[in-house]
Design a protein around this ligand. Structure first.
Ligand code: APR
Ligand code: ZN
Length: 360
């Protein structure tokens, strides 16, 4: 029996409950969590903006130690430190055959499985985004674990699993920021902070952070922002005036709202790139007129999991960490227990803090 934060139904508060996990079956791994970050996508799953089968144990950004492995698992062994990968790739679908593993058609098929049961009544529990990291232990498919690179503490490694792969990947793989370019990052949460650091690593000449909350300025500057704009209906104009009337080469949207997607587009220079990382609901309609699409010649792209290949990219991120270019510690602004997740959700709604990290 282990403790977990269970989402009983969409829109309901999380419940801390004891759950029973089976021994890992063939191709599965049991992991004892060291830490799990609270991502906005967990909030979006709990309020129905995004959907997975419920009741579920959410949490998709975690790291821990392998407790036991099922038949046929050869990549990891008990005692190994692992980062959880919430989007394992099948290797055989069309996207995987193109090398676009972040778009794997089968990445989330496991979310419908019953992976554990409530200890009190034996009822079914689903594993949120595959990995159910808001629990002391979890059982996942072997494709959901990757070795923690040398020299990275397990609690820091948790952040790599979503915020950093996503924010760094958005800048390096999706927008492909080059040295000397100007970048604006909308949304200074865990993902936006990682994107700011990634823009610094890419050698961006000017990095403008935008957030609705004025309180995030020091966090943003610590992550590499050279300018800070408090979001308003004149955001795009302010960004153009900060960039010699041009607009930025690259705007990265890490909020997931129509208004910020539109502002990111409006802040991008003629011919520049607007990358949308944020995940919004179907009610968030963004409109463009036909003439402006022609006139501005911009590229607007979606971005899934930072267009990252976790197995390829984790060692690269670790090298940035070891060299002091990527600071995982400053992404975390609050350390909590499982019972602190509800408060972390409230802080996200209020636009407070960076990443809250559940430390087990
Ligand atoms: N303009 C600018 N910033 C805004 C606005 C707005 N209108 N509304 C919210 N924000 C800011 C918040 O103040 C907060 O700092 O966006 C930030 C979002 O941060 P988090 O809630 O911590 O979200 P994070 O976990 O970083 O995820 C960002 O990426 O993967 C997706 O689902 C995720 O859509 C979410 C996005
Ligand atoms: Zn996430």
């Amino acid at each position: 029996m282990v403790r977990a934060a269970v989402l009983p139904a969409v829109g309901a508060p999380l419940e801390i409950a004891e759950i029973d996990l089976p021994a890992p079956g063939p191709g599965q791994v049991r992991v004892r969590l060291a830490a799990a970050g609270v991502c906005h996508s967990d909030l979006s799953l709990s309020d129905g903006t995004m959907r997975v089968p419920v009741p579920a144990v959410l949490g998709h950004e975690g790291a821990g130690t392998v407790v036991s492995v099922g038949e046929g698992v050869t990549g990891v062994a008990p005692g190994d430190g692992v980062v959880l990968n919430w989007a394992p790739s099948c290797g055989s679908c069309h996207a995987c055959s193109l090398g676009e593993v972040w778009l794997c058609a089968n990445a989330l098929t496991g979310a419908g499985d019953v992976y554990a049961r409530r200890a009190s009544d034996g009822s079914d529990l689903h594993p949120g985004l595959n990995v159910a990291a808001f629990a002391e232990e979890t059982v996942v498919a072997a494709g959901c674990v990757l070795p923690v690179p040398d020299g990275i503490p397990l609690t820091d490694a948790a952040l790599l699993g979503c915020a950093v792969l996503t924010g760094y990947g958005a800048v390096h793989h999706s927008a492909r920021v080059r040295a000397g370019e100007t970048v604006a990052v909308f949304g200074v949460g865990g993902v936006g902070l990682a994107a700011l650091q990634a823009a610094r690593i890419a050698g961006a000449s000017q990095i403008i952070a935008v957030d609705i909350s004025p309180e995030k300025e020091s966090l943003a500057r610590e992550a590499g922002a050279t300018d800070y704009v408090v979001a308003s209906d004149t955001t795009a104009r302010e960004i153009r005036s900060l960039t010699g009337k041009q607009g930025v080469d690259v705007a990265v949207e890490c909020v997931g709202r129509a208004v910020t997607i539109r502002a990111a587009w409006d802040s991008t220079r003629r011919g520049g790139r607007t990358t949308v990382v944020g995940i919004g609901g179907k009610d968030q309609q963004v409109t463009f007129n036909a003439l402006e699409i022609f006139h501005w010649g911009r590229t607007l792209s979606g971005c899934v999991y930072g267009n990252s290949d976790p197995a390829r990219d984790l060692p690269v991120l670790a090298e940035h960490v070891r060299a002091g270019r990527l600071d995982l510690g400053t992404l975390v602004t609050e350390r909590i227990g499982l019972d602190g997740i509800a408060g972390a959700f409230e802080n996200m709604v209020a636009g407070k803090g960076g990443r809250a990290l559940v430390v087990f």
